[in-house]
Design a binder for this molecule. Structure first.
Ligand code: ATP
Ligand code: MG
Length: 422
């Protein structure tokens, strides 16, 4: 893509009303637009990052048997009354509205109820199980505080997956497999070393006394966890006691208390919700049994915020390649015809080879182009100038390194395509 055709405006200063580091940077770099507190639009580059994160998740989840679908944002009140989650005293983040008839509807903050209700039409016998469905959907939550940018928004994108199993054992097997898959996902987006499986509250409505969160250690995280770095596991402060730590195989003396952000959360619901909503199946012997339910969330846009804060430096964003909106920022420097032509050729060549290039073809000062390349956090910067052409090609620099090397076109294409999956 050519910079002159890209819908973007970068800026030096973040808006004064934005406190969070992630939103300040993402707004400055032209990735998101703030519409209101906790309400952010995704601009073209921000959307690309989200799509890249979704791709990582989608590939892993499809592999595990997930079927992607898309549920609705308008939800029926009766359904949530059945499970006692309609009342604002029970769920304090509901957005609610009314049909013209006066009938109340809810705006989706989660989907366990509607998706489980829908399953009554699809699951009748043991032959219909297991079933794994998931979606990427916009969730609406009337959060009291919205000071963490896209890490806590009132409108955000979540991946939510639901598992329907025949037996508790079948459920547990999938639940454990999802833990591995989650760790692989967080690893692929660059957070492998800082994201930990964390014991958290299960609550009276779940089938188990714990749920598992995936917490990324980050100074602006809203959660506090007790972390054992050797075991790579943690306990959320909300449930932490020394006794629980010991009983769970931890040495409380070695646990570190750190700030973290919950990027994912998995729950076992046992039979509870199926019984409430009437989701039963007939076993081989004809008996009726409740389906065993699990739910598995990842905060896609929160994850983008956490990645932003994790990798950013004083110059701006610095995306891992797996999620970067482009792999290469190509800049021509100087007005000479020969420079323009060489940069244009390089752009065509790399694009043909499948490398995602953003070509800064503007009449702008070199310093401005370099600052933008850094601010946007594109993993590689390639510069074509009269000087580089004289030296035999173009200048190649990694966003996170300081050394610059001169490469000819073939070397460049080779190093950029060989590190495609880095
Ligand atoms: P939190 O405790 O942070 O409020 P939650 O436990 O209510 O989150 P879940 O219902 O488990 O969240 O949702 C699944 C995932 O969605 C969370 O793990 C988190 O990554 C993400 N998420 C939840 N609330 C928000 C929000 N307001 N903005 C952005 N992402 C969110
Ligand atoms: Mg949670």
């Amino acid at each position: 893509m050519k910079r002159s055709e890209l819908f973007i405006k970068t800026r030096r200063e973040a808006p004064a009303d934005e406190e969070s580091k992630n939103a300040q940077l993402l707004i400055r770099a032209g990735f998101i637009h703030k519409d209101a507190a906790g309400v952010y639009a995704l601009l073209p580059l921000g959307l690309k990052v989200v799509e890249n994160i979704k791709k990582v998740i989608r590939d892993e989840v499809n592999n595990a048997g997930g079927n992607e679908l898309l549920m609705t944002s308008l939800q029926r009140k009766e359904l949530w009354q059945h499970t006692d989650r309609w009342d604002d005293k029970k769920v304090d983040i509901w957005f609610k509205s009314r049909l013209q008839s006066g009938q109340e509807v809810g705006l989706a903050w989660s989907h366990e109820e509607p998706i489980t209700d829908m399953m009554r039409e699809f699951i009748a016998s043991y032959r219909d199980l297991p079933a794994y469905v998931y979606q990427f959907q916009t969730k609406l939550r009337n959060e009291l505080r919205a000071k963490s940018g896209i890490m806590r928004a009132r409108e955000f994108i979540m991946k939510d997956l639901y598992s329907y199993s025949r037996t508790e054992e079948e459920h547990q097997k999938f639940y454990e497999a999802m833990k591995e898959i989650y760790l692989r996902i967080f690893d692929q987006v660059g957070l492998g070393d800082s994201t930990f499986e964390t014991m958290a509250a299960g609550g009276p409505f779940t089938g188990s006394s714990f749920s598992h969160e995936f917490q990324t250690v980050t100074e602006n995280g809203e959660d506090t966890i007790y972390l054992d770095r050797d075991r790579k596991k943690a306990i959320n402060e909300e449930i932490y006691t020394e006794e629980l730590a010991k009983n769970s195989g931890f040495d409380p003396g070695r646990m570190e208390k750190v700030q973290a952000s919950e990027v994912g959360n998995i729950f076992s619901f046992g039979n509870h919700k199926s019984e409430q909503l009437g989701l039963f199946f007939s076993e081989e012997d004809g008996s009726q049994k409740p389906v065993v339910l699990g739910s598995y969330g990842i905060g896609v846009t929160r994850l983008m915020g956490v990645i932003t804060e994790h990798f950013a430096d004083e110059k701006g964003l610095a995306w891992p390649q797996s999620v970067a909106p482009f792999k290469v920022y190509l800049a021509s420097v100087g007005e000479e015809e020969q420079v323009r032509r060489a940069a244009g050729n390089l752009y065509d060549q790399l694009t043909d080879k499948g490398v995602a290039v953003l070509y800064d073809d503007r009449d702008a000062r070199p310093g401005e182009k370099f600052a933008d390349a850094d601010l946007m956090g594109i993993p590689y910067r390639v510069v074509v100038s009269a000087k580089s052409l004289e030296a035999g090609g173009s200048e190649l620099k990694k966003r996170t390194a300081t050394d610059i090397i001169i490469v000819d076109d073939n070397q460049l294409a080779e190093s950029l395509t060989s590190s495609l999956h880095e």
